[in-house]
Design a protein around this ligand. Structure first.
Ligand code: FPP
Length: 254
């Protein structure tokens, strides 16, 4: 059964599906892309091969989400905790990011997609950080869908930065602590102008949020799949969106 729009949230105005997609499409889908290492290990390949295959899955997923009419896709590409990984793996991931920008940016731009970053990508080596800045600037005026890439992102760090900004305003005498509301906090987050998060997907069978969009996921539907990220494809995304369409979102109501 596909839910009628009236049973969806007041906050979520479902975008009409493009093509043959389901009738109810989440506006904003976030993905914890997990399982690259296990995918490689199962094939006796180095971890970087898993990440390379993961980058292919990113390409497939972006095309699939455009077909479904999803307005905003947020990908957890590098967490603030990923710096604990060996230097070689960090270099491989940074290299893949640069390669992705080189090979995909033209198509992203031509598809009227705006690239946004959450987290602090300035922590990456200068050439990578500059490439990200250029890609964001080049696509800033695009008005179609939004691709958000979480780079050096951690939700607790994002909340701490937001609190610091509110604290500074209080200290400057321009904000009354009594005026702090959920909306005011949300406005200070990296995701401030993005649509509310509707669906959060995690691949590879792990069932946790790993410091990803903790605030934003308050009312998101969660979808966990055993599929390893490099195997994720259009059918997997369609299955997640289909499950989403069948869920009843009550936001604490009845
Ligand atoms: C988790 O798998 C994946 C990552 C930490 C990195 C995600 C990166 C990509 C998909 C490739 C490049 C991304 C872009 C946006 C071009 P894991 O290594 O933790 O896997 P494991 O849990 O099986 O070891």
């Amino acid at each position: 059964m596909i839910l009628s729009r009236s049973r969806l949230s007041r906050k979520t105005a479902p975008a009409p599906a493009a093509g043959d997609g389901p009738a109810v499409v989440p506006r904003h889908v976030a993905i914890i892309m997990d399982g690259n290492g296990r995918w490689a290990k199962a094939r006796h390949l180095p971890r970087v091969a898993g990440h390379r295959a993961g980058a292919e899955a990113v390409r497939r997923t972006l095309r699939a989400s455009a077909k479904l009419g999803i307005e905003c896709v947020t990908l957890y590409a590098f967490s603030s905790e990923n710096w604990k990984r060996p230097e070689e793996e960090i270099a491989d991931l940074t290299g893949l990011m640069k390669q992705f920008i080189r090979s995909e940016l033209d198509e992203i731009h031509a598809s009227n997609i705006r690239l946004r970053i959450i987290g602090d990508h300035r922590a990456f080596e200068p050439e990578a950080a500059a490439m990200v800045d250029e890609a964001v600037a080049r696509t800033a005026g695009n008005t179609g869908s939004t691709l958000v890439v979480a780079l050096n992102y951690g939700s607790q760090d994002e909340l701490a930065r937001a609190m610091r900004k509110l604290g500074e305003r209080i200290q400057a005498g321009t904000l009354d602590p009594e005026a702090i509301s959920p909306d005011l906090i949300a406005a200070e987050l990296d995701t401030a102008d993005l649509p509310p998060l509707d669906l959060l997907i995690r691949t590879s069978g792990e069932v946790r949020l790993s410091n990803f969009l903790l605030w934003q996921a308050a009312y998101a539907e969660l979808f966990f799949t055993d599929t390893l990220w490099p195997d994720f494809d259009e059918a997997c995304l369609a299955a997640a969106v289909d499950v989403y369409a069948r869920r009843e979102r009550r936001y604490g109501g009845r």
